[in-house]
Design a protein around this ligand. Sequence first.
Ligand SMILES: Nc1ncnc2c1ncn2[C@@H]1O[C@H](COP(=O)(O)OP(=O)(O)OP(=O)(O)O)[C@@H](O)[C@H]1O
Ligand SMILES: [Mg+2]
Length: 252
Amino acid sequence: MGTIYAVANQKGGVGKTTTAVNLAACIAEAGYETLLLDIDPQANATVGVGLDKRLEPSVYELLSGEATIEQVVVPTSVAHLWVAPASPDLAGANVELPRIPGSERRLREALRGVRDRYAFTLLDCPPSLGPLTVNALVAADRVLVPVQAEYFALEGLAGLLDTLKLIQRELNPRLSISGMVVTMYDARTRLAQDVQNEVRTHFPDLVFDTVVPRNVRVGEAPSFGKPVIHHDPHSAGAAAYFELAKEVAARG
Ligand SMILES: Nc1ncnc2c1ncn2[C@@H]1O[C@H](COP(=O)(O)OP(=O)(O)OP(=O)(O)O)[C@@H](O)[C@H]1O
Ligand SMILES: [Mg+2]
């Protein structure tokens, strides 16, 4: 039985896509069948693994019921890593979904049976708590929250946790928090250290030990359409994502 993780934080640019892509690649590298599902109209995860964001059918057709997950999933150049690509059309789903009663469960229904094929499924969410993220949280077993080691990092986390509680209560009782991961950590700055300490003080049980450093190789890997472990396997970023993958798997 596989596990579905939503990588979510309504704050933009905190490392959701980077974490989803690189965690998925590390898990696949360990030999597990892994599905990366891109539910963000920006389609950064799709492009980040070297695919075109105009592929059809995409997660848009999956949500609108025009395609099945089998039809949407495509292989990547990474062994054991599969992608359900996003397309800019997904922006339309933000408007269309709320008009359909019960649309919060669309993705969950579309992913029925996915656990039999993939040990790990990662959902890369857009930077909002709108209908697409709600669909991901209803479909998921666990939420992984990247937190950027910058000022304002904690802002919005309380709201995110409130949303998670609401979804647990109303729509998805099995949802739990896998953990929070500090990203883009620059050890040379006092600010990054302070932010890390603050996040750990506020959420002592939730924050993973692994901290993802700010690393040029991580930042440039998407422009080569590759996860960092293939772009530069010896980089500090690749090492961090391997460690994070171990921690995530160990938490179950
Ligand atoms: N550890 C890192 N080191 C260097 N650059 C990074 C790192 N993590 C992320 N970045 C860069 O920071 C930017 C934002 O990261 P990313 O796209 O993963 O955030 P996001 O939360 O998915 O953004 P959005 O909210 O727009 O979806 C990207 O340009 C990415 O390449
Ligand atoms: Mg993103």
